[in-house]
Structures are given as C-alpha cells and as structure tokens.
Design a protein around this ligand. Structure first.
Ligand code: ADP
Length: 363
C-alpha cells in the first residue's frame, strides 16, 4: 500500500488547506495511506510527531480555512545536505515514498533537489547503518509532485497559483474600505501591495478598484513619471473625483526605480498637488482569511491531479508540477517551471525589463 506525504512549505497561502484535504482524501480513495508532514521541511528533518497519518475525518472543515493548518516554515536545515539526509531517513522510516509539496518556487526547487539526491542519500544511510539494504531497495524511487501555493501568482507555467485570487479579493476589500474614508475627506492614499518580484497583485488590484496610478516591477516608470502621474491625478480631480489611490507593488518599491517609493509618491501628491495624503501598507491581511471559491476549487482539482500524478509516475518521469492553463488542470515539468520563474525574477532584479516581459510572454 502506497504512503503519500503532503506538505505545505514557504509562505502560507489561502487554499493550501484545500490542497491538503484533496491529497489526503484522494489518496485514501485510491487505496493509499496519506501522511501530513507538519511545519514544511522542518517536519521531514525532525521526523517523529511531525509526520502523522491522516484519515478521512482529519481534514474535515479544511476547505474553508485560511493559512495552512499543518503549518509551514522556512527551514534552513533542509538547504544543506545533512538536513536532507535526515529527511530521507525519516521518510523511509515512515514508509513514505511519494511527496506532494504545496509551496512557492523555493519549496519546489528544494523538492527537486531532494529527488535528485535521493539514491545517494539512501546509499549514505545504508553505509551509516541507519537503513538496511532491504529498505533501500523498497524505497529506491522517490516521487515528487509540486502544487503551487503562493499569493504572488509568480510561477511560470501556470495561469494562477493557489491563493492569488483570495489575496486579490482581500486587497480589493481593503482598498474599498480605504476608498470610503478617502472619498469622505477628499484624501489621497498610496497603498503598498505584496507580490515580491511580481506585479500581478498590484496590477489586478488597480484594475479592480480603478486606481489612479500603479507602479509594478515589470514596467519601469517613465523618465518623467512625476509629471505624468500628477497630470493624470489632477485631471481625475478636475473631473470631480474626490479620492486618489496610487498602488505601489512591493517589488517596485524594492527596486526604487527612478526613486519610486511610497514616501516619494506621497511627497509629490502632498507638495505638488496639495492633497492630504496617507501611506497604507496592507501587510499580512493580504495573506490571511478564508479562501475564495476559486482557490477552493483550484486546490481541490489540483490536489486530486497530484495524487493521480504520483500513481502514474515511472522512475523516468521528471517531477511534475500541477498547473492550470486556460482553465484546464495540467502537469508540467517542475524543474522547467522553477527555472523559468527564477529567470524572470533575475531579469527584474537586473532591471532588464524587456527580457522579463519577453519571458512572461513566452510562458
Ligand atoms: P517559497 O516556497 O514560498 O518560495 P522559500 O524560498 O522560503 O519559500 O522556500 C521554503 C523552504 O524550501 C526553505 O525554507 C527551504 O527549507 C526550502 N528550500 C528553498 N530553496 C531550497 C534549495 N535551493 N534547496 C533546498 N531547499 C530549499
């Protein structure tokens, strides 16, 4: 009987619980046993009570809960081989030879590395007499399947990551709240939105709330962005708009291209346009709360597909990541998806925007 592990890792995202529930229940439905690895890779490294069999009832109510109920962590030990060696030992001891990981590009990179090293790790454990040759033979192949859980929607090869639409909905709700007070006092707000290297949340939040101006990391501001922004906002005000919303993506702030920072934008609005301006950094409200219907659906369909991918895998199949492309749930090679994602991030960091856009278009 196969034993399939499920883990959430990296930054939490709404919908991760739905993925855990789907993997647990589909595993049981297919006649396998399901194991939750608690606290991300920390659970593999430490083993013991952090690896726990999950029954059908254990995931009841998971679908509508925010965050991740089996915990997540950033685990330094797993970045090093000795940590992964411990992880391999604990997996074999628990009889698990397939792992579904719901996380971001970092977590999925770690997973692929783990699979590549797996035979060598088992050899080392046998040499150290921590495992028997028989155990090595039984568990010689490790299956890895990735699910992309991230609010940032920053993964190549998929149209949406689990969590991004819940986060977008939360951001829109928060901006609606700010809108009401801004409109009452005729104020301007500069709102910083999460997303790491990716401007998707900021751009879509801007579109969905009719923001006056948006800064995203993928598109550098023009040379005369100050004059351009002020003239647009002045025009909006002349047309009778009583509030002003400027959205700055976290990634745009970090790059501070042409000195775009929330403070600089606020100073311009205050000094040049004489608007009473406040800065609001939305922060972790963007991560929390109940997953929206789309994320419940996506995490469920993808969790089911992840178990199918485990059961169809052969030793030569490259590790897949479960994606959604044009509304279809599909498998893509995990390593390529991670590599493409890192390429875009690198291009943005190097301020090579045309390359970043070209890579995104090519997806
Ligand atoms: P995310 O998955 O959201 O991108 P991180 O990049 O923080 O988040 O990765 C989460 C965890 O995955 C790390 O704390 C570490 O345990 C593991 N990990 C990330 N990158 C690697 C790597 N290159 N090798 C091994 N493990 C990694």
């Amino acid at each position: 009987q196969r034993r399939i592990g499920i883990m959430t890792s990296g930054g939490d995202a709404p919908g991760m619980n739905g993925a855990v529930r789907a993997v647990v229940r589909m595993s049981i439905f297919m006649g396998c046993e399901a194991y939750a690895i608690y606290e991300g890779y920390e659970g593999l490294v430490q083993g013991g009570s952090l690896i726990k069999q999950m029954h059908w009832d254990d995931v009841r109510g998971y679908l509508s809960e925010g965050g991740t109920l089996i915990g997540t962590a950033r685990c330094k030990a797993f970045m090093e081989r000795p940590g992964r060696l411990q992880g391999a030992k604990h997996m074999v001891m628990a009889g698990i030879d397939a792992l579904v990981i719901c996380g971001g590009d970092g977590s999925l990179t770690g997973a692929d590395k783990f699979r590549k090293e797996w035979p060598g790790l088992l050899d080392e454990l046998v040499a150290k007499k921590e495992l028997t040759a028989e155990q090595k033979r039984t568990y010689q192949h490790l299956n890895i399947v990735g699910l992309v859980g991230s609010i940032d929607n920053d993964m190549s090869s998929t149209d949406a990551t689990i969590g991004c639409y819940s986060s977008l909905a939360r951001i829109c709700e928060a901006i609606d709240c700010i809108d009401a007070t801004a409109e009452s006092h005729q104020r301007a707000f500069v709102i910083e939105v999460m997303g790491r290297h990716c401007g998707w949340l900021a751009l879509m939040a801007g579109v969905s709330t009719s923001a006056d101006f948006i800064f995203i990391p993928e598109k550098p501001p023009s040379e005369n962005w100050e004059a351009e922004m002020c003239s647009i906002i002045r025009r909006h005000r002349e047309m009778g708009k009583r509030k002003t919303i400027v959205i700055v993506a976290e990634g745009a702030h970090d790059l501070a291209l042409r000195k775009v920072t929330p403070t600089r934008v606020k100073d311009l609005l205050s000094n040049d346009l004489k608007l009473d301006t406040r800065i609001t950094t939305l922060g972790h409200v963007q991560r929390g709360g109940r997953p929206c219907a789309y994320d419940r659906m996506l995490s469920t369909l993808q969790g089911v597909e992840a178990v199918r991918a485990v059961l169809n895998a052969t030793p030569d199949t490259p590790s897949p990541v479960i994606c959604v492309i044009e509304n279809k749930i599909v498998r893509k090679p995990l390593l390529k998806a991670v590599e493409d994602t890192l390429e875009v991030a690198k291009a943005i960091e190097a301020k090579d925007f045309s390359r970043a856009m070209h890579l995104r278009d090519a997806e």
